[in-house]
Ligand binder design. Structure first.
Ligand SMILES: Cc1ncc(COP(=O)(O)O)c(C=O)c1O
Length: 453
């Protein structure tokens, strides 16, 4: 006899409930409108893959704090490490002196980074800061200024990282942007409507043209790329494209920076997605899931490169705060036995299996892709034209929330639903959440008249 699945979703009110609405009103009055929110709910607590709002509704979380909670919400060992550290030392500043958690974490990251030879790591507070450090160090190490970044890239919202970011809706009124950033097309095969091989060839031709038309190779300090584009729509960089970039950087004396802020820390089934790319970066940026929600980023790279920034040139008041460091040390320990990585692959396989059915049955679903448990479902109005179905994505996201599952959109055209469930999610929770998502896709597809097959 098969066991009845345990149900996790508990909805006590319509969504949003009355207390959520109250807080939303206070937010509207106290916080600038520019701070986007995917959901109209206010959260009270969370554990594992479940979150409970202020009205007592419990949701299955497929967003994981935007890829921050691979190790789950409030893992007990992380909570204990933070509590113990908080009673001893909350802040000192690595600019003032040294404390062991900072050093111990850098040692572990240097050993774990998919970069051969000696590495060094500098810690900071956010993914954007980690990327800024990578760019500054690359410029210092090469004595060059130009950076090549890709279409669809997301590297953060500080002015330099917003320059590197390519989605215009994030940028709109905030220019002028930093100079010496050049944009190359990214081999997004599905969007381009060609095979992956063809996408690589076309984008490589464009990359080489940039070196003639826009910036000389001798000026290029670094090429920065997400091994799996996150905000751009969860598109894995084709290995052949990464190999060519590596080869270009090696021949040209440029630095290859892998931005693993969203795709790192176990999400793709290996600790770093670069482990699946067959080539090494020179610098790797990690953040988000590194510390289970404590603000932390790490910029790890070849020691000879990392040491090129002048003394006093990098760092900040809080970077590598002791609480964040002990949380990260505990997260790293949680990944040590390989169980969470295996689980990421399993989750990926389960979602892909469901995704294949959606692709077969629901014309609104144009593409299901990703790496490991970093998966997105791309919605299109018409499979032949691949016209992005952005409004439909919002409707699916809203339907899911109203039925107890939190999801979030992504994609250059905002027409993807990204799945970033904590890797500690149980099979029952995963299937319960996917059932709701499936129902949402059917309902929205039917409302839109089904599209063309
Ligand atoms: C690939 C990538 N790089 C950088 C960032 C910026 O990180 P943060 O929001 O912590 O500054 C993000 C955030 O989503 C990201 O996905």
């Amino acid at each position: 006899m098969t066991a009845t699945p345990t149900r996790s979703i508990i909805l006590r009110t319509t969504i949003p409930g009355p207390r959520s609405r109250e807080l939303l009103e206070r937010r509207a009055a106290a916080v600038p409108n520019g701070l986007y929110k995917a959901h109209q709910i206010a959260i009270e607590s969370a554990s594992g893959a479940l979150v409970t709002d202020v009205d007592g509704n419990t949701f299955i979380d497929f967003v994981g704090g935007i890829g921050v909670l691979n190790a789950g919400h409030c893992p007990p060992s992380v909570v204990a490490a933070i509590q113990e550290q908080a009673a001893k030392l909350i802040h000192f500043s690595a600019l003032v002196g040294t404390y062991e958690p900072y050093i111990a974490l850098c040692e572990r990251l240097n050993a774990l980074a998919p970069i051969s030879g000696p590495c060094k790591t500098i810690l900071s507070n956010s993914g954007a800061e980690g990327v800024e450090n990578a760019i500054k160090i690359a410029r210092a190490a090469t004595g060059r200024q130009a950076i090549i970044a890709f279409e669809g890239a997301y590297h953060g919202r500080t002015l330099l990282t917003l320059t590197l970011t390519s989605k215009y809706t994030f940028k709109k009124t905030f220019g002028p942007f930093a100079p010496e950033v050049y944009r190359a097309p990214f081999p997004a095969a599905y969007r381009m409507g060609v095979s992956e091989e063809e996408a690589v060839e076309r984008c490589w031709e464009a990359f080489e043209r940039i070196l003639v038309a826009h910036v000389g190779p001798e000026a290029i300090a670094a090429v920065i790329i997400e091994p799996v584009q996150g905000e751009g729509g969860f598109i894995p960089t084709p290995r052949e494209f990464m190999r060519r970039l590596r080869d270009f950087c090696t021949r040209n004396g440029s630095i290859l920076i892998a931005d693993e802020v969203q795709c790192g820390f176990g999400r793709t089934g290996t600790l770093f997605a670069m482990e699946q790319m067959a080539v090494e970066p020179d610098i790797l940026v990690s953040a988000k899931s590194i510390a289970a929600g404590m603000p932390l980023a790490a910029t790890t790279g070849r020691a000879a490169i990392m040491d090129k920034a002048h003394i006093g040139g990098i760092g900040g008041t809080y970077g590598g705060n002791p609480l964040a460091c002990v949380a990260a040390l505990e997260v790293v320990r949680m990944f040590d036995d390989g169980e969470l990585l295996r689980r990421a692959k399993q989750i990926g396989a389960i979602v892909r299996e469901r995704g294949a059915i959606w692709l077969r049955d629901i014309p609104l679903v144009g593409n299901v892709r990703g790496l490991g448990a970093m998966l997105a479902i791309e919605l299109v109005k018409d499979r032949a034209t691949r016209a992005p179905a952005a409004d439909e994505v919002l409707e699916v996201v809203q339907y899911c929330a109203e039925h107890g599952v939190l999801t979030m959109r992504a994609g250059l055209y905002a027409n993807c639903i990204r799945l970033l469930m904590p890797l500690v999610i149980t099979d029952d929770q995963l299937h319960e959440g996917l059932d709701v998502l499936e129902e949402a896709l059917h309902v929205v597809a039917q409302q839109k008249g089904g599209g063309h097959g």
